[in-house]
Design a binder for this molecule. Structure first.
Ligand SMILES: [Zn+2]
Length: 680
């Protein structure tokens, strides 16, 4: 399973809705790193820099009707998907002359796109697994069946999740993790919230569960009764699950036990039989992330009848594999999870779902093709060099901080030197040799690829941590800092124009991608990153008093952002966005320092009427061009830890005297206030 990553974007953030540009492309569209047409030079940069840098882009790129927002990143993600479509479409149609990985991704994609074959099969592909559930004679048969279902689906909705992860206190080792699961709604709170909307969602959920069971062939009345049973079991499990806020504290999720204690925790569940089913020879230790959940799970297994357990398993199995079955299953799942829960109007076109699936299941095979076409070695070398420059800037920055004690500085610099920079793609490609992909067996392909992934994950248990592993695929328009590995990961998909433009000079590239690298880097050292040491062990390395002094500086930024309006009369919750606002500012300061070091002694000239310093800031701002619907902004105000793009630009430059100088702003203008904040 995936460690606790600080991803730049959540899984649902990009490309979640349908799009109209329905044709594959074979060359990646070029958008320059600075586009003067995207600017609005009629606006005074010292009054509203965001409008100055992005006004043209916003006017030329209205929000498509099927999107809640439209930003530079969304546009890049769409180009990226169409480009991957072009690669896969060609490989699917060319049966000869393909390498082994090319055969796998080509045939996988081709089978996924063959809707006629999938429709013809209906619910048939799921029958062998349903038969395994039906054949259980006593509850003693459960562990072996559950192990099979877990391997084939990788879905923790089936009672719980089991996989591998880094030991929180010994970061060189991989151990087994038993995590909470068993729910069909996205969060435990959905089962208990008392407002009308939540009650309605629960009612709709029970209807949805019933309809899925009907699709499996259950009569309507029996399906409705079963749905109520399932809701009862899930509600009991949800009641013993930690809230999302509680889960943010890694100490709450760390409860290391040996084999004996694991078995004592759930006497009603036969772990040895389950491990045998997984093909796992494991004597522990284990991390049970939520012991209270497992106590409740044990109570359920003891109390529920075998028939009710079977009913529960049938539902979760059907839900897990619905996207790979015929349209009635696909549409029923979409209708509840995307439309009812998230307001998405239209299902994504088939090609997008198939591109995502290939990326999900065979991502490093697809990644090889992407990298060969769109990420040449020069770009890797240049972005790696930039990352190193920014790390060196951070060392100078840390040494100069007036609020951090000498002891903490020493620990910080040790941690900084230990960071592993992973740029573009893994050093060694994952070998998918064991995954059999057949041109006419979509469902089988998905299950075989998932079993391969489940086994790959379990095989890590008991071994040293492989620090070269990536948790996003090379084509991803994404990046992360992983505190447990203490590494920075920038996928090739995010190092593309206009974010990183190899045709351009350093100013816009340091301003844009450099700022993002700096942003991710500071997360390793802030009030979150301080919990993990240089090797990724859960161990606080800040000296007494540093936390207090950090908070004082952070408060300046809380106060600043809390004054900004998101929509109508709703202001930014400056406490919610504080960690990200601090990272934005720190990241750009580091990028500026690194850029100055990189270009020292060079005679830089103005381009398009902008000085090099102005181009650094415009390049930075143009990552954030975009707009968002009012409804969406209201949701964001409550849930998103990032400020809206306008303030991720204006709030940032207002704190940088370098900006005031670059644009000759007069003291007291909106982008050159008297009072400035700085943490890093
Ligand atoms: Zn961040």
């Amino acid at each position: 399973m995936r460690p606790l990553l600080a991803l730049l974007f959540g899984a649902a953030a990009l490309g979640a809705a349908a799009q109209s540009a329905d044709a594959p492309i074979t060359t990646f569209p070029y958008t320059p790193g600075i586009d003067v047409k995207s600017m609005d030079r009629g606006t005074d940069p010292c009054v509203d820099f965001y409008q100055y840098a992005c006004g043209g882009w916003i006017a030329a790129n209205p929000i498509p009707p099927d999107q809640s927002k439209w930003e530079v990143y969304n546009k890049l993600a769409l180009d990226n998907q169409r480009f991957l479509w072009g690669i896969l479409d060609e490989l699917a149609k060319r049966p000869q002359g393909r390498s082994a990985p090319q055969q796998k991704i080509g045939d996988y994609f081709g089978a996924c796109m063959d809707e006629a074959a999938i429709e013809k099969l209906g619910a048939q592909p799921i029958q062998p697994m349903l038969a395994r559930i039906a054949a259980m004679k006593t509850k003693r048969d459960l562990p072996a069946v559950l192990a099979e279902l877990h391997l084939a689906t990788g879905d923790s909705g089936l009672l719980f999740g089991f996989g591998s992860n880094q030991d929180f206190e010994d970061s060189d080792k991989v151990i087994g993790f038993a995590v909470a699961g068993g729910l069909g709604l996205p969060d435990r709170d959905y089962y208990f919230k008392d407002d009308e909307k939540s009650k309605e969602i629960r009612a709709r959920y029970v209807e949805h569960v019933g309809r899925m069971l009907e699709l499996l062939g259950d009569p309507a009345s029996a399906a409705a009764t079963s749905a109520t049973t399932i809701m009862r079991i899930e509600t009991a499990l949800a009641g013993a699950t930690l809230t999302r806020v509680e889960q943010r504290d890694p100490y709450k999720l760390f409860n290391k036990v040996d084999y004996r204690k694991l078995r004592a925790l759930t006497p009603a569940f036969d772990w040895p039989a389950y491990f045998k089913g997984l093909g796992l020879n494991n004597a522990g230790p284990f991390n049970v992330t939520e012991p209270a959940f497992y106590r409740e799970l044990d109570a359920r297994l003891a109390a529920e009848s075998l028939d009710d357990i079977k009913t529960y398993l049938r539902w979760h199995l059907a839900s897990a594999v619905a996207p790979y079955l015929s349209k009635p299953f696909v549409n029923e799942k979409f209708a509840f999870y995307s439309k009812t829960l998230r307001g998405v109007e239209e299902i994504r076109p088939r090609w997008k779902r198939c591109v995502s699936l290939v990326d999900n299941q065979l991502g490093e095979a697809l990644g090889q093709e992407f990298v060969r076409r769109a990420f040449p070695p020069e770009v890797k070398a240049r972005t790696l060099h930039m990352t190193k420059q920014i790390e060196q800037a951070m060392e100078r920055d840390i040494r100069g901080l007036d609020w951090m004690s000498e002891e903490t500085k020493r620990n910080a610099i040790t941690k900084l030197h230990a960071i592993v920079n992973k740029i573009g793609y893994p050093d060694k490609w994952r070998d998918y040799g064991k995954v059999v992909v057949k041109a006419a067996d979509f469902f089988g392909n998905v299950m075989r690829a998932q079993r391969f992934e489940s086994r790959r994950d379990l095989a890590k248990i008991g071994k040293p941590v492989d620090r070269s592993e990536w948790y996003i695929t090379p084509p991803s328009v994404n990046a992360y800092y992983n505190p447990q590995a203490n590494d920075i990961n920038f996928a090739a998909g995010i190092l593309q124009p206009p974010l990183f433009d190899p045709k351009m000079d350093d100013a816009p590239n340091y301003g844009n991608t450099g700022g993002t690298i700096g942003h991710e880097l500071t997360h390793g050292f802030d009030d979150e990153g301080r919990k993990y040491d240089a090797k990724g062990n859960l161990k606080d390395w800040w000296a007494q008093g540093d936390g207090q002094r950090y908070e004082e500086r952070a408060q300046c930024i809380v106060d600043q952002y809390s004054k900004y309006t998101i929509v109508d009369d709703i202001k930014i919750n400056g406490k919610l966005t504080n960690g990200e606002d601090i990272a934005d500012l720190g990241g750009l300061i580091l990028a500026w320092m690194a850029w100055k070091a990189e270009t020292a002694g060079k005679n830089l000239q103005p381009i398009d009427g902008l000085t090099p310093e102005q181009r650094f800031f415009v390049g930075n701002a143009q990552w954030a061009c975009g707009s968002e619907r009012k409804e969406s902004l209201r949701v964001k105000a409550l849930t998103d830890p990032h400020s809206p793009p306008k303030y991720r630009v204006n709030g940032l430059v207002a704190n940088m005297p370098q900006f005031q100088e670059a644009f000759s702003c007069k003291a007291g203008q909106p982008m050159a206030p008297e009072k400035r904040c700085r943490v890093w």
